[in-house]
Design a protein around this ligand. Structure first.
Ligand code: BF8
Ligand code: SF4
Length: 636
């Protein structure tokens, strides 16, 4: 199935490794995400505008955006109601994904505390105790397992319906918490907000688009300050709080002489055990007996981020690399957990020898070998998976292998704790540098790849423009991988930054683009922003900060954007969300929200213009704080 009508690979992806594999896929007739996007075009205009509804079988319904056809669904829902309901459900799906990941980590943490697991331990006792104190769990004179049992119980309560507020909101500046209280969006139980959103968006419940969108913010806050935060914090407790580590990125991390196993998905629970298993001497001997020099684990997407920042495991790539890594013919096994794993991978894998191994009972892939993850037998399962990878290596066809050159060095591991350590223990030096104008502000550049955008172009160009203009960039998820591959994440990348930011980075030995982890770790950005605001005695919305998701695609990204804005940080999206069928919802999110939560959304597909928008926004925040500022109107 050759697709000559697709553009040159250089127009589809920034990096040479991706381009080479797109070319090969095309030459061999292997279908990828870009072919399937093309086949879907033109995509449904009603859905793009958010104007279609299939919430009941009186429908499906759609609203005519031009005003000639129906303006109401069968039930009477207009464009505002339908768009708001669709947005609400999108947020709930994203928040649920993150929070369910958080709960999975929590359940393994609880079982570990009771001594019921193998392959897990409490590695960061200091963080365990700090969390316990935060949640009111007694610490003094108790062993870590007892503390962990009570902490797990307290955190499980956060998912339920009996509480009026989740537990970790003391981290939120007072002014912000009071604002949430005033407008009724303090997140209660995590499951409660998500279930309530599904209830509200059932036919005949919430028919006020403002009311629905506000509950969307509340739902997202239960993710950012709840489910995702649980995932981040407990992953740190069990697997270690990240510290700066130099690793490598791009498809060049695959090795011709070794068993190559990619770990793909989001949850570190299984992948961390696999890292331990891959060091097992028996398994290494088994690999050598079959002619391999060793076992080479590489990461993909956010499971890759989790492993890179804690274990320095090399990063093969981000979202749109997941099919292309198979096209190298050098991958022996792809182990998947859940989220962002394209169903297409089993089809691409069939063109090569690669074994796809699914591991989560809630995420099965027809065509894959399923090995059910059970933390009680964690180590045993980890070994079994590595063994399968070694057996698959025997099927590798050397003449089918195409490697793509050298990987790029990147630094990862900037947890809030590591950043504060680099600053000498307090946020003061960062605040001082911002106040003096050496650093103008900070921006979280986060989120996915989307085949509608040249892969990594949005992330890397926006990031470059921001650091050139002395804006510190914090990255997570696929945005982090994009910047790593582009060579913008080493301490020497300070040379790419403006004089002010570059100077600060050189003095501290850090890159101007800080890798803060996976997508659930956007909570680290929230926590850092909250700490800076508290240090200054202001609200988060007053700080010279912004968010950007230049290439986002997922429901999770919508939840992240919503909690970032609800927390007071304005956010620019590089891809248009499906809301433009309701000018009222657009006005609410892009304008009116500023008067309610002190932040808003913007949509700007061009990274150059997005950088200008952010710079103007940051300078106007500086002005309002009375800091030396460039006239925002002069930035163009
Ligand atoms: O959670 S950035 S494509 S891999 S959704 Fe997915 Fe998007 Fe990547 Fe990580 Ni996040
Ligand atoms: Fe149509 Fe209303 Fe049913 Fe939606 S909920 S499908 S708009 S009748």
């Amino acid at each position: 199935m050759n697709k000559p009508h697709l553009p040159d690979p250089a127009q589809l992806a920034v990096s040479a490794d991706a381009q080479a594999m797109i070319e090969r896929a095309r030459a061999e007739g292997i279908e990828t995400v870009w072919d399937r996007l093309k086949a879907q075009e033109p995509q449904c205009g009603y859905c793009q505008l958010g104007l279609s509804c299939r919430n009941c079988v009186m429908g499906p319904c759609r609203i005519d955006p031009f005003g000639d056809g129906p303006q109401k669904g069968v039930c009477g829902a207009n464009a505002d109601i339908i768009v708001a309901r669709n947005l609400g459900r999108t947020i709930a799906a994203g928040a649920s994904a993150h929070s369910d990941h958080g709960r999975d980590v929590l359940e393994v943490f609880a079982a570990t505390a009771k001594g019921e697991t193998t392959g897990y331990e409490i590695r960061d006792e200091a963080k365990l105790k700090a969390l316990a104190k935060e949640l009111g769990v007694a610490v003094d004179g108790r062993d870590k397992e007892a503390i962990a049992c009570d902490l797990a119980d307290a955190m499980l309560e956060d998912f339920g319906t009996r509480k009026q507020a989740i537990s970790m909101l003391d981290r939120v500046p007072k002014a912000r918490l009071e604002l949430w209280q005033r407008i009724g969006i303090v997140p209660r139980g995590i499951d409660r907000e998500n279930v309530e959103m599904l209830h509200r968006t059932h036919m005949g419940v919430d028919n006020d688009h403002i009311n629905t969108v506000l509950h969307g913010l509340r739902t997202s806050l239960s993710d950012g300050w709840g489910g995702s935060l649980v995932a981040t914090e407990l992953s740190d407790v069990m697997f270690g709080t990240p510290r700066p580590v130099v690793s490598r990125a791009n498809l060049g991390v695959l090795r011709e002489d070794s068993v190559n196993i990619a770990l793909h998905g989001h949850n570190p629970l299984l992948s961390d055990v696999i890292v331990q298993a891959a060091a097992d001497s028996e398994l290494l001997a088994m690999a050598r007996e079959r002619g391999a020099a060793g076992i080479n684990l590489v990461g993909l997407c956010c499971t890759g981020n989790e492993l890179q920042m804690r274990r320095g495991i090399p990063m093969a790539g981000n979202h749109l690399i997941q099919e292309l890594i198979l096209v190298t013919g050098a991958l022996d096994a792809m182990v998947v957990d859940y989220q962002c794993i394209m169903p297409a991978i089993t089809d691409v894998a069939k063109c090569f020898h690669t074994a796809v191994i699914s591991t989560a009972d809630k995420a099965k892939f027809p065509g894959a070998t399923h090995i059910s993850f059970d933390p009680h037998r964690g180590m045993e399962i980890g070994r079994e998976i590595v063994r399968l990878g070694i057996l698959a290596y025997e099927n590798r066809v050397p003449s089918r292998v195409r490697l793509t050159g050298e990987p790029v060095e990147m630094m990862a591991g900037f947890s809030v704790e590591a950043i504060l350590e680099a600053l000498g223990g307090s946020p003061a030096p960062l605040v001082d540098a911002i106040a003096a104008g050496k650093i103008r502000g900070a921006v979280g550049v986060v989120g996915c790849n989307n085949p509608k955008i040249r892969q990594d172009y949005g992330h890397t160009l926006l990031t470059r423009r921001l650091i050139e203009n002395d804006i510190l960039v914090l990255v997570t998820g696929c945005a982090a991988v994009a910047n790593g591959k582009a060579g913008q994440m080493m301490p020497q990348s300070a040379d790419l930054a403006g004089e002010g930011l570059g100077g600060v980075c050189r003095a501290l030995g850090i890159p101007p683009v800080l890798h803060m982890g996976s997508c659930v770790d956007n909570t680290r950005i929230l926590v850092l922003a909250a700490a800076l605001a508290k240090h200054l005695g202001v609200d988060i919305s007053q700080l010279p900060l912004a968010g950007a998701a230049p290439e986002w695609y997922s429901e999770k990204a919508v939840s992240i954007g919503a909690y970032v804005v609800a927390s007071g940080i304005s956010t620019v999206l590089g891809v248009q969300p499906n809301i433009f069928g309701s000018p009222n919802v657009v006005k609410l999110l892009a304008q009116d929200l500023d008067g309610v939560v002190g932040a808003r959304f913007a949509v700007e597909p061009d990274p150059e213009k997005s950088a200008l928008w952010i710079r103007r926004h940051i300078e106007s925040k500086r002005q309002a704080l009375g800091l030396p500022a460039i006239d925002p109107d002069s930035i163009r």
